[in-house]
Ligand binder design. Structure first.
Ligand code: ZN
Length: 174
């Protein structure tokens, strides 16, 4: 088991979009295993490669209570989105901060799995929100980008305080 270092806002690497994954090899599978280990350990329900300093279109998700529903999204894109929900979100890269973000309630995802096989997935509720949160990461966006400048500045100050005195994150973070 290898734990990766999760980057925290305002690290500039969180703003770099991931490049398309072209090679589906053992190294990629190892990275994915390490990302799951890191996500479960945090604990979180999703983790994007860009959050651990790997600039690739790759994210792992598990929103199950039992932590036994591993999902891998490689080169993901949203084909469709519908409905609206106010989602209470946290982020492993913004530890200790939670706020409400407007998201689509349902999404249709197209992505590739660990072997490079394309798949499509219809998701709603927490899984749909988590997919949107992770795809944002892969494009260099953070959930706090949806907040007002004033709130984001407050988050930044809070993060600087946390860097001196680490705090636990909630299980709902991604
Ligand atoms: Zn996040």
């Amino acid at each position: 088991m290898a734990l990766l270092k999760i980057l925290h806002f305002p690290d500039p690497r969180l703003r770099e979009p991931g490049a398309r994954v072209e090679t589906f090899d053992d190294a990629l599978r190892q990275t994915i295993d390490d990302m799951f280990d890191t996500m479960y350990e945090a604990p979180g329900i999703g983790l994007a490669a860009t959050q651990v300093g790997i600039p690739l279109q790759l994210a792992v998700i598990d929103v199950s209570e039992e932590k036994n529903e591993r999902r891998v999204m490689i080169n993901p894109e949203l084909l469709d989105r519908g409905g609206h929900c106010d989602s209470e979100e946290g982020c492993l890269s913004v530890p200790g901060y939670f706020d409400t973000v407007a998201r689509a309630e349902r999404v249709r995802l197209r992505a590739q799995d660990v072997h490079g096989e394309p798949y499509e997935l219809e998701a709603e509720g927490l899984l749909a929100v988590c997919i949107q949160h992770e795809i944002d990461h892969l494009n260099g966006h953070l959930f706090i980008d949806y907040l007002s400048d004033l709130k984001r500045r407050r988050v930044r100050r809070q993060m600087e305080k946390i860097r001196r005195e680490p705090r636990a994150t909630s299980p709902g973070s991604a």
